[in-house]
Structure formats: C-alpha cells, structure tokens
Ligand binder design. Structure first.
Ligand code: SAM
Length: 244
C-alpha cells in the first residue's frame, strides 16, 4: 500500500477541495507524492455560453439536477470507465471504517460531488461503482462528504500514521475507543484514573477494554450486537446495560 494513491474529485467548487489538499497532513502527503490529487471543475465541460451544469428534473418537482453531459465528459476526461468511482449520496450504503479500509486498498478513487437535488441517474448507472452515505442527514453538496471520504481513506495508507494509532482506534475491533488522558494529573478537580498512572500494562489494557465496552454500550448498542465478544465480556456488558 506504499505506492501513489490517485484521488480525483469532480466538483462545481474546485477551490474548496483544492484548499483541503493543500492543508495539514494531507498537504504533506501530496508534497511527498504519496497522494496525487486531481480536482476537476465540472463547469469546464459545459459547452454553452453560460456554462450551464444543471436543469429542472423530468417529471417535475423541486430543485435542479446536475446535467449528465458535462459531468459525463468530465468523467471521460479522467478515464472513469476504468477506475473506481464513488458517489457520496444520502441514499448510498453507510460509509464505515470498513469502507475506508477497502478503498485504501485500491490504487485510487474518483469522487463525484453532487449539488442541488443530485445527479442524473444515468451517470450513476453508467459510471458509479458505489454510492456511500455519511449518515442519515442531508448536506447541501457533496464536497464536504467527498473530503470526509478522502480523509478517512488516505490516513490508512502506509506511512501516513504510526500503525499503532490506527490499530487502537474506534471501530478497529468493532467497538468504540477508550477515553484518553494527558498531563496534568488533575484538571479542574478531575483526576486521571489511577490505573493509568500505575505503569501496570495488563491492568491498563483491561481497564481500557472495559471502558470500550461501557462507551459502546452507552452510545452504540447497534455496534455491540455485531462485535464478537467472548462469553465473559458478553456477561459483563449485559450487567452494564442492566445498570443503565
Ligand atoms: N435530493 C437528495 C436527497 O434527498 O437524497 C439530496 C441532495 S443534497 C442537497 C446534494 C448533494 O450533497 C448530494 O447529491 C450528495 O452528493 C451530497 N450529500 C448530501 N447529504 C449527504 C450524505 N448524507 N452523505 C453523502 N453525501 C451527501
């Protein structure tokens, strides 16, 4: 996974996405050549005087839809027929850490940013390999969604982060992450849990696992149902849930 990762984003707002690629850790990855960004302005592929990229939906209804022709030409220009194309959309499958890991294992991705009511279905049928949803809410456009997808994916590529920071994160073992503490030992009357100061690795690991179970039981019972817990842990979680 240490080769170059090509990320192509098709958007009506290229400045927004270019800014992201120039910033922070992702900017460093671009400078190093680990990520090759390619931001394509869909409007450059409109052919009329006003560079029109949207029109009213057939069948009536509110809002506008991105025209298939400029977007189709933009996709052709990046060879999308031969690449993995992702369309972030509220009606896609949930975007999860597992999706991010799968995409990170490829050699790159093409992302289409929707706007208005969305894009013409024939673009989805012709070009799109998967639609991913960030959650059950509606954003005004796909740029933020595309940046979230890129951010979750590129950091999983080799050399981006220390392996242990990725392996200890939320979702890696189906549970949420344990809480973190740093200096000072006391902050506004709240002390760091004693076990973390003990230097006793086994006890720390046990405490962290228990915190993961508590947090997941409180915030994400749906994850707990899917997590592969041993019988002891399963019993412990049931006790925790009874106390809630
Ligand atoms: N009419 C669409 C619907 O009801 O599903 C909403 C379109 S939304 C205003 C415009 C664009 O924002 C979408 O085409 C998509 O690219 C992006 N978007 C909005 N919400 C999203 C979400 N939850 N996940 C991923 N992308 C989203």
């Amino acid at each position: 996974m240490d080769s170059q990762y090509r990320i192509t984003v098709l958007t009506l707002f290229p400045d927004l996405v270019q800014q992201y690629f120039a910033t922070s850790i992702v900017g460093k990855a671009v400078d190093r050549g680990a990520i090759v960004p390619d931001v394509v302005n869909i409007r450059d592929f409109a052919t009329d005087r006003h560079r029109t990229c949207d029109d009213a939906p057939y069948g009536g209804g509110a809002g506008m839809v991105l025209l298939p022709e400029p977007l189709g030409r933009a996709l052709d220009s990046v060879d999308a027929d031969r690449r993995h194309v992702v369309f972030p959309s509220p009606s896609g499958r949930p975007f999860t850490q597992a999706t991010a890991e799968r995409l990170a294992g490829m050699d790159g991705v093409v992302l289409i940013c929707g706007r208005y009511e969305g894009i013409d279905q024939r673009i989805i049928d012709h070009f799109v390999d998967e639609e991913v949803s960030l959650g059950d809410y509606v954003l005004s456009s796909g740029e933020l969604a595309a940046m979230v997808v890129i951010d979750a994916v590129y950091r999983l590529r080799d050399g981006m982060l220390r392996p242990e920071s990725v392996s200890d994160e939320s979702f890696q073992d189906g549970l949420l992450e344990y809480p973190h503490y740093t200096r000072p030992e006391e902050f506004r009357g709240r002390r760091v849990p004693e076990v973390l100061l003990s230097g006793h690795h086994a006890r720390i690991a046990e405490w962290r696992r228990r915190q993961q179970l508590i947090k997941t039981a409180r915030n994400r019972r749906d994850l707990l149902e899917r997590a592969q817990l041993g019988p002891e842990e399963y019993k412990r979680v049931q006790e925790l849930l009874e106390k809630e």
